[in-house]
Design a protein around this ligand. Structure first.
Ligand code: G3I
Length: 315
């Protein structure tokens, strides 16, 4: 039977999964990872703490492992992520930087990493999670030291290092319209007007049944498309309060179906990535105690109703 990737390809879309290096020794896991998907995102392996653990000392081991596996399986890679406030190395966070020092540190990191993966990745999440819920800039080390211009700078440096990679801004809680999504809309418009190399907006879509489905997602994707940008659902999962019941799993399935249908309905929504594919390796239980069962395959790697719902949406 056709895979999710096969079905998505018929719509000119991809269907992807995140993965992480420690999981790659699990052969039952890698078998499905290598067959159902045509896009892979490293969940941690390309983040700053992993790639520049000491200042000026680069380590591509984890990222390379995933890029090589993806290539072996004829999959593309959504590379993640260059500029974020989280998972930074100690050398970076444990001292004060002047603006000109930090600008140089950022430029060097982006240039080295994007160059290393030049020609090997489909896209980069250049800046991750730059805004607060109310649409104000998140007070990160980048914003506080460099001001809002760090975003345009990061995009320009990434574009110089790999002119063919699609460059994205990526965030959560922007699937529905609202202040945070509006902040991206304004910023994207401004960056396009200034000729800054921005190709797309990534909507993470870490959803939770208890908060209700974001019914405006399709309209929201469409307004970004109209700015001349690609859009993508980049980190989809749908968590619930445990235990998972048949009712909750059925509800979750409709969310996966509707999210996928929303992407298919918007011309420039290029694909969907789930934030790993099995509950066995989901980040949710560690961060939201008592919640989980967020992915389309269960902890024993058996497909859940959500998997069938994805197939229906793509059929
Ligand atoms: O590397 C250490 C390891 O040495 C240690 O033994 C272990 C013990 O807990 O922790 C390991 O670090 C963990 C790291 O993942 C690597 O596995 C951290 O504790 C853990 O917090 C970290 O979680 C990651 C999280 O980002 C951090 O914010 C998740 O795996 C990763 O899936 C998640 O991904 C993010 C996206 O990048 C951005 N959007 C939200 C998404 C979910 O949080």
């Amino acid at each position: 039977q056709p895979t999710l990737a096969d079905l998505a390809e018929r719509h000119g879309r991809y269907f992807g999964s995140a993965t992480d290096n420690p999981e790659l020794t699990d052969t039952a896991y890698t078998k499905i990872l290598g067959s159902e998907f045509d896009m892979i995102t490293p969940g941690n392996g390309m983040k700053w703490y992993a790639t520049e653990p000491q200042q000026g000392v680069f380590d591509w081991t984890s990222g390379d492992e995933i890029v090589n596996l993806a290539r072996k399986n004829h999959q593309k890679v959504r590379a993640h992520t260059l500029v974020w406030h989280s998972q930074l190395p100690d050398w970076l966070t444990s001292r004060q930087w002047t603006a000109s020092e930090l600008r140089a540190v950022l430029k060097k990191h982006i240039t080295a990493e994007v160059r290393h993966y030049r020609g090997k990745v489909y896209s980069w999440d250049v800046v991750n999670e730059a805004f607060e819920e109310d649409g104000s800039y998140r007070e990160t080390i980048w914003y506080k030291t460099l001001g809002p211009g760090y975003i345009a700078d990061a995009l320009r440096w990434a574009h110089q290092a790999d002119p063919h990679a699609k460059l994205y801004l990526n965030d959560y809680n922007i699937e529905a319209t609202g202040p945070k999504s509006d902040a991206y809309y304004r910023l994207a418009k401004e960056l396009k007007a200034q000729g800054v190399p921005l190709d797309g907006i990534g909507f993470q879509a870490h959803l939770a049944l208890q908060y209700g489905y974001p019914t405006t997602v399709e309209d929201n994707l469409r307004r970004f498309s109209r700015l001349g940008l690609d859009t993508a659902l980049t980190e989809v999962d749908v968590r619930m309060q445990l235990p998972a019941t048949e009712e909750k799993l059925a509800e979750q399935a409709t969310w996966y179906r509707d999210l996928t249908a929303a992407c298919l309905a918007v011309r420039r929504c290029v694909g969907v990535t789930i934030w790993d594919y099995t509950d066995k390796y989901s980040w949710i239980p560690a961060v939201f105690p008592g919640e989980g069962a967020a992915l389309p395959w269960d902890e024993e790697l058996r497909p859940k109703p959500a998997y069938q719902a994805l197939r229906e949406a793509l059929r």
